[in-house]
Design a binder for this molecule. Structure first.
Ligand code: G3P
Ligand code: MG
Length: 247
């Protein structure tokens, strides 16, 4: 599964060039040459898994208020592209199923970040994984990840063979024992908080280290030099070109 992990993973699709977590953004990541994309999944009021990052609709759609207050049918009347650029008017908040169909069509690997509305950790993981599992061919690369340990515990229980990435921002002091307990396959860490020593400490656990979010070629090169395996980037095409040009 992780043997095909590329150096660059499209963050929320290709967030620099298209509205994040939309089908257009996934398409744009593939067009730019990304081989994997990362997207965030949350539940609607009627417990349908959809791609969205924030707890509220305000920033990335024409709606407002908390995501779990709306049923899917109502969410689908909102525009999720207009805020980004007039060229994307008509984009919707995609269901996980729609996103997965496109990921297959484009031949991409997927990092599905389980991003529960606060208090909905277990149900979000259960619903998302139960939706994804019947759609996912066993030979296509898939990494499940979350900042929320209860989500990773659900993934471990329901679908143990799929690798889990433990997302860290301000790691708890016992992050290493948590990573062991949940059987984390990767450590997905904030790029800005890393040093050569911190990356070495993470790597000493034997896990690949992935860093979010890196849009600068110089920083990517530094992180790779410290042993980071892959970076999440809003600009997979631009970053690949800049890294190649400076190589
Ligand atoms: O999964 C990497 C990255 O997406 C985590 O942070 O807030 O962009 O979902 P965020
Ligand atoms: Mg994310």
């Amino acid at each position: 599964m992780l043997s095909t992990l590329p150096r660059l993973i499209g963050h929320r699709g290709a967030k620099e060039s298209a509205p994040e977590n939309t089908l257009a953004s996934i398409r744009e990541a593939a067009r730019q040459g990304a081989r994997w994309v990362e997207v965030d999944v949350m539940l609607t009021r009627d417990q349908r898994p959809v791609l969205i990052h924030d707890d509220t609709l305000d920033r990335t759609t024409t709606g407002s208020g908390a995501v779990p207050l709306l049923e899917l049918a109502d969410l689908q009347t909102l525009d999720a592209g207009r805020w980004f650029d007039a060229a994307f008017v008509g984009e919707r908040v995609p269901t996980l199923e729609e996103a997965v169909a496109l990921v297959h069509e484009l031949g991409l690997g997927l990092n599905l970040e389980i991003k529960p509305y606060p208090g909905q950790e277990e149900i979000t993981a259960e619903v998302a994984l139960n939706a994804l599992r019947p759609l996912w061919p066993s030979d296509r690369p898939l990494l499940l990840s979350s900042f929320e340990v209860p989500c990773l515990e659900v993934a471990q229980r329901l679908w143990p063979e799929i690798p889990r990435g433990y997302l860290l921002w301000d790691p708890p002091s016992d992050w290493a024992s948590i990573a062991d307990r949940i059987g984390a396959a990767t450590l997905n860490v904030h790029q800005d908080r890393q040093t050569a020593d911190s990356v070495a400490e993470y790597r000493a656990t034997g896990r690949p280290v992935l860093a979010y979010t890196v849009n600068d070629a110089e920083r990517a090169r530094t992180l790779f030099g410290w042993g980071v395996s892959a970076v999440f980037t809003d600009a997979p095409g631009r970053l690949a070109a800049e890294l190649a040009a400076d190589a």
